[in-house]
Design a protein around this ligand. Structure first.
Ligand code: ADP
Length: 504
């Protein structure tokens, strides 16, 4: 409609005028006042009505026409409800008529012999209309906001800067159980908090002009407790001056109950899982006891029976062999007992963990050397490290046990005569000890549970074991703040790596 084109104001004008010359004069005046005019002239009521649409920017009307007049035209315009400035332009007009027509709603009037005023009158009328339009828009926005707050499902309360409530919406009344606004009007916003110190904290926060969002406990009017999520903020005006406080509340009582129930269910599930793990552990322990304690006992009994019953028929060397067999079984049982004891202590946290600062490099070399001397097979144990000295706190006894367990597994599960590599590396942050063998490897299915106590892989065959060694290693490494990992391929070999932080 109204466009700025080449610095001219483009307007569309509906002219109610029976005189062609007058019409031309009016338009010429508008053009000379800086308007780019599109216009239409009508002179009868029917033509006026036919042309009347909200698209006109301005209507210029002669006061008297042969069968029509400005008053009637203005009435038609108002009936349609269009906000188009209506200016009366006439040859003669009495003051009385002028007052009447202005009262009826005309934007202005002017006499034809004062036409130079026309441009200014149109401009003024257009700017008045723009102001009216903006005001209507602002009023509408305010009303929308008012409706929005009233129909919000969140409870909203407004209070003065002292906290005295001066507005609440319906959701607020419903939440707190009030029947009408009168029951809460003038009360203190801060009384809504059940805990006084919380209310205090909120007051202080608001004084510092900070906003707050949190959870609170509150009581309905009928004393029912509820859990709420709230936000309070200071409302600032256009000069950033505080004018009032606004608070919003959302009922989270049900959500809290559901969350608590879920938490309880989760705790119960974990407890049940732990109990199941314990039952599994016990049953694995029982079957281990049956196999690994009964077998050596049976072997011992066989040897000792033979020694007692056939002593006179056995030569000295056979007797010694049988005694040695029995002694080996005692040794095996002893190892087993030690492992069971160690895992029991480590798992129940009463392990005597005594870390002290030592040099790890000679310690590892010595542990490997001692192990090499004791294996009694033809395995080649190679130890490599580029490190010369590395002081860190560790428990010598426990770490020796861990390294020895890894070494004895590497030997147990790899062919006699093959090579086992032990490699020690360190960075400024941690040290790794890796034991690599070229043995039977670990099937994929067993890898997940390898560190579980008593778990043994399906491919161990006749190799003796308790399934406790790796569980012990893991516990020891974790006591040192470290981790254990492995990589393995069936038939090719395995590498077990322990990684301990240097600052542990
Ligand atoms: P075990 O006394 O049976 O050797 P561990 O706890 O030391 O008990 O090891 C658990 C299982 O892990 C072993 O039974 C074996 O199946 C597998 N395992 C451990 N180390 C190796 C290895 N170096 N090579 C192949 N399998 C291994």
């Amino acid at each position: 409609m109204m466009k700025v084109r080449d610095m001219k104001t483009a307007i569309q004008v509906l002219l109610l005028e029976d005189n062609h010359d007058d019409a031309d004069l009016l338009i010429a005046e508008l053009v000379s006042s800086g308007f780019d005019v599109e216009w239409k002239r009508v002179e009868t009521e029917a033509a006026f009505l036919a042309r009347l649409s909200p698209d006109w920017d301005i209507i210029l009307a002669d006061y008297t026409l042969p069968q029509f007049n400005a008053s009637k035209a203005l009435k038609h315009l108002q009936d349609k409800g269009y906000d188009i400035p209506f200016i009366v332009v006439t040859g003669t007009i009495s003051e009385e008529i002028a007052v009447t027509i202005m009262r009826e709603g005309a934007a202005d009037y002017l006499l034809k012999d004062r036409l130079p005023r026309l441009g200014e009158a149109v401009r003024h009328a257009l700017s008045e209309r723009q102001i009216r339009f903006e005001k209507q828009l602002a009023e509408r926005e305010l009303r929308v906001m008012d409706w929005a707050i009233h129909s919000s499902i969140n409870a909203v309360a407004m209070a003065d800067l002292e906290g005295q409530i001066n507005f609440v919406n319906q959701a607020f009344l419903d939440l707190w159980g009030y029947d009408s606004y009168g029951q809460i009007h003038g009360g203190s916003l801060f009384m809504l908090w059940e805990k006084e110190d919380e209310a205090h904290h909120i007051q202080k926060t608001l004084h510092k002009r900070q906003n707050l969002q949190s959870e609170m406990l509150a009581k309905k009017r009928n004393n029912t407790s509820m859990a709420l999520q709230f936000s309070v903020s200071t409302v600032l005006d256009e000069h950033r001056q505080p004018i009032c406080i606004m608070a919003m509340f959302i009922d989270i009582t049900e959500a809290k109950k559901v969350a608590a129930a879920q938490r309880e269910a989760e705790i119960l599930r974990i407890q049940l899982e732990k109990e199941k793990e314990l039952r599994d552990l016990k049953s694995r322990f029982m079957s281990m006891v049956v196999h690994d304690f009964r077998n050596p006992l049976a072997v011992m009994q066989l040897q000792l029976d033979a020694l007692i019953h056939y002593a006179d028929r056995l030569d000295q060397s056979t007797k010694e062999d049988r005694l040695n067999l029995a002694l080996n079984q005692i040794q095996h049982l002893n190892n087993l007992m030690n492992d069971v004891l160690a895992i029991g202590q480590l798992e129940s946290n009463d392990a005597r963990f005594h870390p002290k600062a030592h040099d790890l490099i000679p310690f590892c070399k010595q542990a490997v050397d001692v192990f090499r001397e004791s294996i009694g097979t033809n395995h080649i144990i190679q130890y490599e490290t580029a490190s010369t000295a590395l002081s860190l706190p560790f428990d010598r006894q426990l770490l020796r046990r861990a390294v020895t367990n890894l070494l004895s597994n590497a030997v147990k599960y790899s062919p006699d005569g093959s090579t086992v590599h032990v490699t020690l590396k360190n960075t400024p942050d941690y040290v790794t000890i890796a034991v690599t063998d070229k043995g039977i490897g670990i099937p994929d299915d067993d890898q997940k549970r390898l560190f579980d106590a008593f778990h043994r892989a399906g491919n161990v065959g006749a190799v003796a074991g308790t399934g406790l060694g790796l569980a012990i290693v893991k516990q020891v490494v974790e006591l040192h703040g470290g981790t254990i990992s492995f990589s393995s391929e069936v038939g090719k070999g395995s590498t077990f790596t322990i990684k301990i932080p240097v600052s542990s």
